[in-house]
Design a protein around this ligand. Structure first.
Ligand SMILES: NC(=O)C1=CN([C@@H]2O[C@H](COP(=O)(O)OP(=O)(O)OC[C@H]3O[C@@H](n4cnc5c(N)ncnc54)[C@H](O)[C@@H]3O)[C@@H](O)[C@H]2O)[C@@H](O)CC1
Ligand SMILES: [K+]
Length: 524
């Protein structure tokens, strides 16, 4: 599991009502169980445990473990590398405050703060000759490590590494990149790494001698927290460089519209810009262009010859494709045969990430896009069936597929898995991401699945699908993978719908979703 998946899952637990404080308690408790076991296994008598803690949640796990280990009769010495006021994790702060409240101290607990490198003298444990009869718990840095190690942290890691104590790293050896297992400077060299929920990808990749034995502990995170999209998935968005200039954070092109449909590309464009892309181009027939331009001064509209999109527009469109990072094909294009010819040429010529929506889905030949990972298609059930029905040859699957619906809520586990398996058999024929829109949106890519539960019945109003496609292409232009962009776009679109519902009831319009999207992008 990548650290970002773990962090997103933790935050998504909150959407289910499971607090991070509770997860930290579970982590610290399972840590104390494992430490107690390892202690019995390694030493013949009770030993002292030194816990080194940083400013994040990793240290918080250490504080919780300290409380449980005290109850098991261990003598605990905590070495905080960050003072209380600099502890960033609110849950970690709560847990060290509990320990600090234990005065006068009946338990065998000592809390030290290492302010400067000179203070390292305090680490008596590091000098002790009976060092081998200690356990060191490393709660300095976990999945939140960023950049180069601070001087003091580096020195402490070096001191710990020199010791003969039994060293146990919490979640990740401090100093190691939890994503790729690389150690840029120094890292704790533990005898054991005790990781939570799932092994982090960096630990899988790192040499065994750098991580010691791996113990994975369950901390009560339900599988649904990993599958359901939530606020945590917003962390997948790249941080913006404050020196970045116009266009650096995404440029997109929407190819759509015709003389009758001007709303669909406009709504898609509004939602694109509201979810962070810098520049939105819309290539549309000239008969639609004026209406689209008048929707917003934020769009760059390229009028194309004709009342509907056709192959003569190809060169003009490809010129704009050169400029952008991702393309949306389909909203409001209509089903003219010549539009279909154009879309099929575009689908094979454009080598940048593409979202295919609405009429685009009806016009584009599946074989042209099936081997591309960077494609998102966004069908509702009816479109899904007509898009994929051509490729099903197995007779029994064909019958099951024809009858399938999107009612999932009250199914037993077995029936749910059987139903999902039918969808999965079908979508695995394309390498890109499929967003199957419904009460619960299903996002598939190969064997991977996410489920989005945001949104409401008010979203049956025309244009909400265009908004979703606009968000998806915007996120693709900001470097998200098709699977991450697909998932997050359903979450954002549905949440915007929920906020619109709160404000306007069933009477909200799809063009109003953009009003809420910017607010959600702030992490609300
Ligand atoms: N729900 C959760 O999020 C849970 C998290 N858990 C623990 O929390 C950890 C993640 O917590 P955090 O996100 O707070 O991350 P960390 O505990 O890794 O700490 C990050 C903090 O360390 C400091 N820091 C970052 N890079 C540094 C560097 N190079 N040199 C010196 N200081 C640096 C920063 O102040 C940053 O805020 C996990 O590894 C796990 O141990 C567990 O409690 C289980 C539940
Ligand atoms: K650690």
């Amino acid at each position: 599991m990548k650290p970002i998946d773990m962090i997103a899952t933790d935050i998504n637990c909150e959407d289910l009502g499971l607090s991070r404080l509770c997860l930290m308690e579970n982590a610290g408790k399972s840590l104390s169980d494992e430490v107690a076991k390892l202690s019995t296994y390694t030493f013949s008598k009770p030993v002292k445990i030194a816990i080194f803690t940083g400013s994040g949640g990793n240290g918080g796990d250490g504080f919780v473990a300290a409380r449980h280990l005290l109850n098991r009769g261990f003598e605990i010495e905590i070495f905080m590398l960050s003072p209380l006021e600099n502890i960033k994790s609110a849950d970690a702060r709560k847990n060290i405050e509990i320990l600090m409240n234990l005065t006068p101290r009946f338990s065998r607990l000592e809390i030290n703060y290492i302010d400067s490198i000179e203070d390292l003298e305090k680490i008596s444990i590091a000098k002790s000759t009976s060092f081998s009869e200690h356990i060191i718990l490393d709660g300095i840095l976990g999945t939140g490590i960023k950049g180069k190690l601070k001087k003091k942290v580096k020195k402490v890691i070096e001191i710990i590494n020199e010791s003969n104590a039994l060293k146990i790293s919490i979640d990740v050896p401090s100093g190691m990149n939890p994503e790729n297992g690389v150690i840029e400077d120094v890292a704790i060299k533990p005898d054991y790494t005790l990781t939570f929920h799932n092994i982090k990808s960096g630990i899988k990749k790192a040499d065994e001698e750098l991580i010691g034995g791996i113990i994975t502990s369950d901390i009560g995170i339900p599988i649904e927290a990993q599958i359901f999209l939530g606020k945590g998935d917003l962390l997948r968005l790249k941080k913006r460089d404050s020196y970045s200039h116009k266009g650096k954070n995404g440029k997109i092109l929407i190819v759509g519209g015709n003389e009758d449909y001007t709303g669909a590309p406009s709504i898609a464009a509004l939602s694109s810009i509201s979810t962070g892309t810098d520049i939105v181009y819309i290539a549309t027939p000239e008969t639609a262009s004026l209406a689209i331009k008048s929707y917003s001064p934020d769009f760059i509209v390229k009028p194309l010859k004709g009342d509907y999109l056709n192959p003569n527009n190809l060169d003009d469109i490809l010129t704009i494709v050169e400029e952008v990072d991702a393309v949306l094909l389909g909203p409001g294009s209509g089903l003219n045969k010549e539009t279909g010819t154009l879309f099929n040429i575009l689908a094979s010529k454009i080598k940048k990430p593409i979202v295919i929506d609405a009429d685009g889905l009806k016009l584009i030949d599946l074989s042209l896009i099936k081997d591309r990972e960077d494609i998102i298609i966004t069908p509702h059930l009816f479109e899904f069936k007509s898009f994929f029905s051509k490729i099903i040859s197995e007779k029994s699957l064909k019958t099951e597929f024809e009858d399938i619906d999107l009612k999932f809520d009250n199914l037993s586990h077995e029936k749910l898995m059987d139903k999902l398996a039918i969808f999965q058999k079908i979508v695995k024929d394309i390498k890109g991401t499929v967003i199957l829109k419904g009460k619960n949106d299903l996002i598939f890519k190969g064997n991977k699945l996410r489920v989005n539960k945001t949104g409401n019945q008010g979203m049956t109003v025309g244009g909400t699908g265009d908004s979703l496609a606009g968000i998806a292409v915007s996120l693709l232009s900001q470097d998200l993978s098709s699977f991450d962009a697909g998932g997050l776009s359903t979450y954002l679109n549905g949440r915007a719908g929920d906020l619109a519902m709160e404000k306007y009831g069933n009477g909200f319009r799809a063009s109003q979703l953009s009003e809420f999207l910017g607010y959600l992008m702030k992490g609300n």
